[in-house]
Design a protein around this ligand. Structure first.
Ligand code: AMP
Length: 290
């Protein structure tokens, strides 16, 4: 039986009233298959699964979509119950921030200086603050996040290291729609035309992957050309970075790298990424003169 709990004290009592390892899966609700894949992953790592559903005001900037962010708690609880989630923690903002805002907050480190951190000032500080509060409230053995938000995951990993937090992190792979578009709660903002155009994003990642044997420039060129072929779509960034630090890699880099992109379709920003193993550009000197 899934229990929906709104208060911190009640959640702690429910956790104390039972035994077994605990996995936490933080979400903002408006659940889709990607979230549900994380619940299944959580069950592989712990005996008890807690999902949180909280649209965290601290991680939205002025003019962002905090007010219109979809809130579908009843439907979410139905989906979580079908996945065997034991506890759904759905606090309101006053429960999490009784003073109207958090007095003390986490300041994200260097990983947050670029890409999403640069595009959304304060976003990662707000995200890390709520994640630290959730860790403190639930005290899970394991916390599960999606690789979809790769920079977020890198920052949480850094926070767990820096604050010596006693839990393990697990990243779930990106769950995609039939045409390859990464599932996202924000996909529901897209018009039909924008939704069709969004399929260009995973195609760009595929084109990049196909070019990964030809070096970083070829990878970026292949992805950029695919994205440029879709007039409805504006690229905010497209980069190859070190997966742990988010520092852009050098053009002659070989090895594991992460291709990250953010695009805008109308008013909607969508993120995607793919891990690529870069190989050296084939050298022209290997072409033998005849
Ligand atoms: P959100 O509700 O958007 O804050 O996301 C909650 C968690 O679900 C985060 O750890 C996200 O990275 C993860 N997530 C979002 N979309 C996907 C997806 N398509 N596949 C896997 N995980 C996802």
């Amino acid at each position: 039986m899934t229990r929906v709990i709104h208060g911190i004290a009640e959640l702690r009592a429910a956790l104390a009233d039972g035994s077994g390892s605990v996995a936490l899966v933080p979400t903002m609700g408006a659940l889709h298959e990607g979230h549900l894949s994380l619940m299944r992953l959580a069950h592989e790592h712990a005996e008890r699964v807690v999902a949180s559903v909280f649209v965290n005001p601290l991680q939205f900037g002025p003019g962002e979509d905090f007010e219109r962010y979809p809130r579908t708690l009843d439907a979410d609880v139905g989906l979580l119950s079908a996945e065997g989630v034991e506890l759904v923690f759905a606090p309101d903002a006053a429960e999490m921030y009784p003073d109207g805002r958090s007095q003390t907050s986490v300041r994200a480190g260097r990983i947050a200086e670029s890409f999403e951190g640069a595009a959304r000032p304060g976003h990662f500080d707000g995200m890390l603050t709520v994640v630290l509060k959730l860790f403190s409230i639930v005290q899970p053995d394991v916390a599960v996040f999606g690789q979809k938000d790769a920079q977020q995951f890198a920052l949480i990993r850094q926070m767990v290291t820096d604050f010596n937090l006693p839990l393990d992190l697990v990243a779930g792979s990106i769950w995609r729609e039939a045409d390859g578009l990464a599932c996202s709660s924000r996909n529901r903002y897209l018009s039909l035309d924008e939704r069709a155009a969004a399929a260009c994003i995973p195609r760009a990642l595929d084109a990049a992957e196909a070019a990964s044997g030809s070096g970083a420039d070829a990878v970026l060129g292949a992805a950029a050309r695919m994205l440029a072929s879709e007039p409805l779509l504006t690229v905010e960034y497209l980069a190859l970075v070190d997966p742990l630090t988010f520092v852009p890699i050098a053009t002659d880099f070989t090895g594991d790298s992460l291709l990250i992109t953010a695009v805008r379709l109308g008013r909607t920003r969508l993120l995607d990424n793919r891990t690529l193993v870069l190989k050296a550009k084939p050298s022209g000197s290997l072409l033998l003169d005849t």
